[in-house]
Design a protein around this ligand. Structure first.
Ligand code: B12
Ligand code: SF4
Length: 500
């Protein structure tokens, strides 16, 4: 019985930006008795089904956008006599779907680290259960990834998770519901030991693939103090202390390492935290700005963000402390007006963001926005190829409509065209070259330009483009520059580097 782990994708580039972490975590959860699993990331190359035999187990991890390809892989594997087991956020949200569409034998809901060996054992005995509840395991139980199974020379950036869960509750995000609002921080030794191993292998860029790297804010602590809530205070302080301990350990790693993560804007108020980030070489952070107006922030339940000049100052603060920001903005909020687009682009420029993404409000399953939209559309939902748009991910890619929340004053086409224009403006060669001044050498400036362009092009596939010629052009372009880009990211391996 051979184990295969598949990260499905319709498009393959031969090289990829970030390692899909779940593949290597599940590989670590695979008992040695089964031998090393075959790990396939279809963003690199498609699976060769002839390698799957009767009695094998194929583990398929899906999020909403790659679910349909995952179902195709599962059906093909089942037809060859293998057991198909699904996991990942999408099958956790819709556990019946893989049975209906993907030839599933079983679905794992939640974290796979603990239940994966149980599911494998049941398959070996020919008695797989329908659903395995993986739950939300504590940070200490999260496994280190099997980086020894990583294919050589394929990825630019490795991914290491340090915390799961987020205490906020943004309306467009499913993370706080699926991963929970209680931050589950991994042990510092475990995180550092993975990073050391990755640097030994020549990775110097590491994404800290966290929902929110700053799960305890100064406001949270002040509130617990005001309420004299001692147990809460102790818990918050201990979580905060662990963050600092982790950053102190990262600071001891080779100085050529570059980390980046996702963080809420409140971190800008926390000088000690920003200093620790800089020392730890956490040089970049995705900050969810979402909206530049108070009405927009209210729309997404993100009242803790700033607006106007205070927003620009907060974002600049990261930059002043040596943390480059990838600002993430949402267009199509009910309160957005045609003027919002230029106003947002202005903020992105004035705040001196290094990178930015402008996404159109899309109701993702598991979110408050999705529930409201599904309820509103109801049984009247338009159908494409017999499938209601409320299950748009099941519609074949070529006919799949882009699904956006209805807007009171703008059509989806208007929002899309205006969003596209903001991308084009922010990523014009002149502006990218200007921004690249934030790096020191000519080589780094070129790397900055290439990465900016790659980011822009790759985004055209999952993001806003509906025109297939544009998508194909973007895919070809991304494929062409992915390999040379990779060379700018990797470093000389350091096999002698001392461990954690
Ligand atoms: C890092 C990250 C990225 C990175 C790296 C992606 C990569 N190559 O790995 C980048 C920035 C590129 C990215 C991009 C996007 N992302 Co993203 N990303 C994440 C993030 C923060 C962490 C993912 C991660 O590595 N987790 C660590 C691993 C170990 O955890 P895990 O994947 O959950 O796997 C565990 C379990 O789910 C389970 N499991 C998973 N698969 C399987 C399979 C089997 C067989 C079994 C048994 C178990 C199992 O076991 C694992 C171990 O416990 C998640 C948030 C999250 N909490 O998952 C969002 C998340 C996955 N992304 C999300 C989205 C929407 C996107 C984008 C579409 C954003 C955009 N608008 O462009 C793109 C899509 C990219 C693409 N085409 O794949 C959503 C997905 C929502 C959904 N319903 O599908 C999430 C959940 C965030 C959110 N706000 O809701 N992302
Ligand atoms: S968008 Fe970010 S801050 Fe909001 S709930 Fe999701 S992970 Fe947390």
């Amino acid at each position: 019985m051979r184990i295969h782990l598949i990260n499905p994708s319709d498009v393959s580039f031969g090289a990829a930006v970030i390692t899909p972490r779940w593949l290597y975590v599940l590989a670590a959860a695979t008992p040695a008795a089964y031998g090393d699993p075959q790990v396939i990331d279809e963003t690199l190359e498609q699976i060769d089904m002839s390698t799957v035999s009767k009695g094998d187990v194929i583990g398929i991890g899906i999020h909403t956008l790659n679910a349909l390809r995952g179902y195709e892989v599962g059906r093909a594997a089942r037809a060859r006599g293998a057991h198909a087991i699904y996991g990942g956020i999408h099958s956790s949200l819709f556990p019946d779907e893989p049975f209906e569409h993907g030839g599933a034998h079983a679905v794992v809901k939640g974290d796979g680290d603990r239940v994966w060996p149980i599911a494998l054992n049941d398959c070996k005995n020919g008695t797989p259960q329908r659903v395995y509840e993986g739950g939300k395991i504590e940070g200490a139980a999260m496994l280190q990834a099997r980086w020894d199974l990583l294919p050589r020379d394929k990825y630019m950036i490795a991914s290491v998770q340090t915390v799961r869960g987020c205490p906020k509750h943004c309306s467009f995000c499913s993370v706080w519901r699926t991963d929970g609002q209680k931050p589950r921080q991994r042990g510092v030794d475990s995180v550092v030991s993975e990073i050391v191993e990755l640097r030994r292998r020549g990775f110097r860029f590491v994404a800290l693939a966290d929902d929110n790297f700053y799960p305890v804010t100064l406001t949270d602590i002040a509130m617990a103090e005001r309420q004299n809530n001692l147990p809460r205070l102790e818990q918050l302080r201990s979580l905060r202390a662990e963050r600092f301990e982790l950053m102190a350990r990262l600071a001891e790693l080779p100085s050529d390492m570059v980390f980046f993560t996702q963080i809420t804007m409140e971190a800008a108020e926390d000088d000690a935290f920003l200093d620790a980030m800089r020392k730890a070489n956490i040089k970049g952070a995705l900050v969810g700005v979402e909206a530049v107006t108070p009405e927009g922030l209210k729309d997404v339940y993100k009242g803790f963000n700033e607006v106007g000049e205070a927003l620009v100052q907060r974002l600049r603060k990261f930059r002043e402390r040596g943390v480059y920001v990838l600002g993430s903005f949402i267009f199509g909020l009910p309160s957005d007006r045609p003027s919002t687009f230029d106003a947002t682009a202005d903020v992105a420029e004035r705040a001196e963001l290094a990178f930015a993404q402008f996404v159109m409000l899309t109701p993702y399953p598991g979110t408050i926005d999705f529930e409201a939209w599904e309820k509103k559309v109801g049984i009247q939902a338009k159908k494409v190829a017999g499938i209601p748009v409320t299950r748009h991910w099941l519609i074949p890619q070529e006919n799949r409509p882009k699904v956006y929340a209805p807007h009171p004053v703008m059509t989806p086409d208007e929002i899309r065209a205006r969003t596209q224009a903001v991308w084009d403006r922010f990523y014009s060669l002149r502006r990218v070259w200007e921004r690249s001044k934030c790096t020191r050498s000519l080589r780094s400036r070129l790397a900055f330009v290439l990465i900016s362009k790659l980011y822009r092009q790759m985004y055209a596939n999952t993001g806003i483009a509906t025109d297939s010629a544009r998508v194909n052009r973007a895919n070809r372009w991304a494929r062409l520059i992915a390999r040379p880009c990779r060379r700018l990211f990797i470093a000389r391996p350091l096999p002698e580097l001392k461990g954690a």
